[in-house]
Design a binder for this molecule. Structure first.
Ligand SMILES: [Zn+2]
Length: 222
């Protein structure tokens, strides 16, 4: 059984994707709540972003998840809906402005593998919540994994210093287990790192490959 306290990978800095399209919508009515359940970042809102924290809600619905924002007890930047919800396989929910510091990791939580163990993770990170019970009875759907990966790829393109992709469990192992042992972390990592390039890039790569094959043929013909 995988241990969620070990879930982390780092993004290579020289191969960020381009033209990533993210299917996101604001969660209906959430914006005023999001503003009051978040604070200003002390770091630059683009260059100061270093990490993405992967969470699961330990609940059954997006509505339940956003209730914590409405009560100002926690907040996060995106919410990935569950299989039985209308938005599933259509869009992820934006639930807080990326430029603002959401409240998804305890202030004293940190890990030496993540930005040199710097505390105040919320200040330099973005938080993604996936609607899941964090139990063996509730599988993550393929779309949930792909949609979470797509958010990461979107951020990888947008934030030049983004590097650390980490579970909440690794940052706060005594109190949190999310996204849990049943989250397919390896598949998620591969989807982030090995997704097909944008159509334009794929075409250029294909042309380069063809040129190389033609060159090789010429060499072999000699
Ligand atoms: Zn969490």
């Amino acid at each position: 059984m995988p241990d969620p306290r070990t879930y982390q990978f780092n993004l290579p800095s020289n191969s960020a994707p381009t033209n990533v399209k993210l299917d996101e919508e604001w969660y209906p009515g959430i914006i005023p709540y999001a503003i009051s359940a978040s604070t200003r970042r002390t770091v630059d809102a683009i260059t100061g972003i270093r990490a993405i924290v992967i969470h699961a809600t330990a609940g059954a619905s997006s509505e339940g998840a956003v209730s914590v924002i409405k009560s100002r007890s926690a907040s996060f930047h995106w919410l990935v809906p569950d299989e039985n919800e209308a938005a599933h396989a259509k869009n992820v929910w934006a639930t807080c402005h990326e430029a603002r510091r959401a409240w998804h990791v305890r202030n004293t939580a940190s890990h030496p593998d993540v930005y040199f163990g710097e505390q105040g993770v919320n200040d330099y990170s973005l938080g993604i919540e996936i609607v899941n019970m964090v139990a063996s009875s509730d599988r993550y759907s393929d779309w949930q994994v792909a949609a979470t990966a797509q958010i990461v790829r979107y951020c990888w393109e947008k934030y030049p210093n983004l590097k650390y992709i980490v579970s909440h469990a690794k940052l706060d192992p005594t109190r949190r287990t999310d996204p849990g042992a049943h989250f397919p972390w390896d598949k998620f990592r591969e989807t982030v790192l090995d997704s097909p390039e944008s159509p334009g890039e794929a075409m250029v790569a294909g042309l380069a490959r063809n040129a190389r094959e033609i060159r090789e043929q010429v060499i072999f013909d000699d």
